[in-house]
Write a protein that binds this ligand. Structure first.
Ligand SMILES: [Cu+2]
Length: 169
């Protein structure tokens, strides 16, 4: 997994050189934002990356803001083109980046914005029924303990795309 990730990052760096500029997510456009019925949970910049043929998994990235007065917890979700969706985190263990499912989901504190991005928290789309192609807009839901279910659309960016602000160094 990390070998592939490293190759993808190299490819992204090469592409940045070729185009003479940063290829960042926000430079390309984004799907509609989503908010819970009570307005406490807002999701912006939801995106995923194109997958190689035969890939079984893809990552989902976004920003979640809790503007309510109570903590909430992202506990799961769905995606039309995946068997299931898990909440994952990546962390360094003995010098190796590993990812693991957060069995209890992820708490979002009042006033907090959590960014899901490559190398950090991410959604794991497991059991893809079709490869993700650049420009696709796979749809799904994210389920919160308090705020309930939100419809989310993910913009499928090219392989190797990194979030804005991570392409300049
Ligand atoms: Cu994962």
């Amino acid at each position: 997994m990390m070998t592939t990730g490293t190759k993808l990052r190299s490819a992204a760096a090469a592409m940045t050189l070729v185009l003479g500029g940063a290829v960042g997510w926000s430079a390309i456009g984004h799907a509609a934002d989503a908010a819970s019925a009570d307005g406490t949970i807002k999701i912006v910049e939801s995106w995923t990356r194109a997958t190689p043929a035969g890939a079984q998994v893809a990552g989902g990235y976004l920003k979640i803001t809790n503007s309510g007065s109570q903590p909430d917890r992202l506990i799961g979700g769905t995606l039309t083109i995946a068997g299931k969706v898990e909440v994952h985190e990546m962390s360094m263990t003995d010098g190796v980046m590993k990812m693991r499912p957060l069995e209890q989901g992820l708490e979002i504190k009042p006033g907090e914005t959590v960014e899901f991005k490559p190398g950090g928290y991410h959604l794991m789309f497991i059991g893809l029924t079709a490869p993700v192609k650049t420009g696709d807009k796979p749809q799904g839901t994210l389920v919160f303990q308090r705020a309930g279910s939100l419809d989310v659309t993910f913009d499928a960016m090219a392989m190797g795309t990194m979030p804005a602000g991570h392409t300049h160094n």
